[in-house]
Design a protein around this ligand. Structure first.
Ligand code: K1U
Ligand code: ZN
Length: 171
């Protein structure tokens, strides 16, 4: 397994659209494992392949793991939202690619997602709450969209400047 370097804004690769994978073969399975290790180490609750410079439609999520709870990872290739609720919810989101910045984003409360899992099986799940928010946040990365792109131009600019500064200070 390997820890992968996480790209931070304004890296141009974060603005690119990722390409579908043909199937979940050994290479994609290994990528999913490395992404999970990288996400747990960060720590974070989600990670899209674009954030580690791989422009493939792959993401991993685990909203459960902490000192008390066991890991319950979700690995998805080619995820598609096939239904979204009209009801919206607001969560304070963060992003490993926009360090130390948080903002409220409004998104559908529930979504149904179709994806290929780590065993190359097609699956459909309905998710809500934080998991639904996280799936949508990670799927945005596959389109080259960051959570700050949901904010006003002024707020986005301010957060990206602060993220750049905080990265410089941590180096
Ligand atoms: O960069 C990412 O895409 C991961 C991001 C996912 C996310 C967070 C909040 C709302 C929507 C999507 C993160 O994991 S940021 C870090 C974070 O939220 C966290 C870190 C440690 C423990 C708990 C949460
Ligand atoms: Zn993110």
């Amino acid at each position: 397994m390997a820890l992968l370097p996480i790209l931070t804004a304004p890296d141009p690769r974060l603005k690119k659209k990722s390409l579908p994978v043909e199937k979940v073969d050994d290479e994609i399975k290994q990528l999913m494992k490395d992404m999970l290790e990288t996400m747990y180490d960060a720590p974070g609750i989600g990670l899209a392949a674009a954030q580690v410079g791989v422009l493939k439609r792959v993401l991993v999520i685990d909203i459960t793991k902490d000192e008390e709870n066991e890991a319950a990872p979700l690995c998805m290739a080619n995820p598609e939202i096939i239904w979204a609720s009209d009801e919206k919810t607001v969560y304070e989101e963060g992003c490993l690619s926009v360090p130390e910045q948080f903002a409220e984003v409004k998104r559908p409360e529930k979504v149904k997602v179709r994806f290929i899992d780590q065993e190359n099986e097609i699956r459909e799940i309905e998710v809500d709450g934080l998991l639904a928010t996280c799936v949508q946040h990670e799927m945005d990365h596959l389109e080259g969209v960051l959570f700050v792109d949901h904010l006003s131009t002024v707020k986005r600019g301010m957060m990206l400047r602060k993220a750049k500064k905080s990265k410089k200070l941590s180096m």
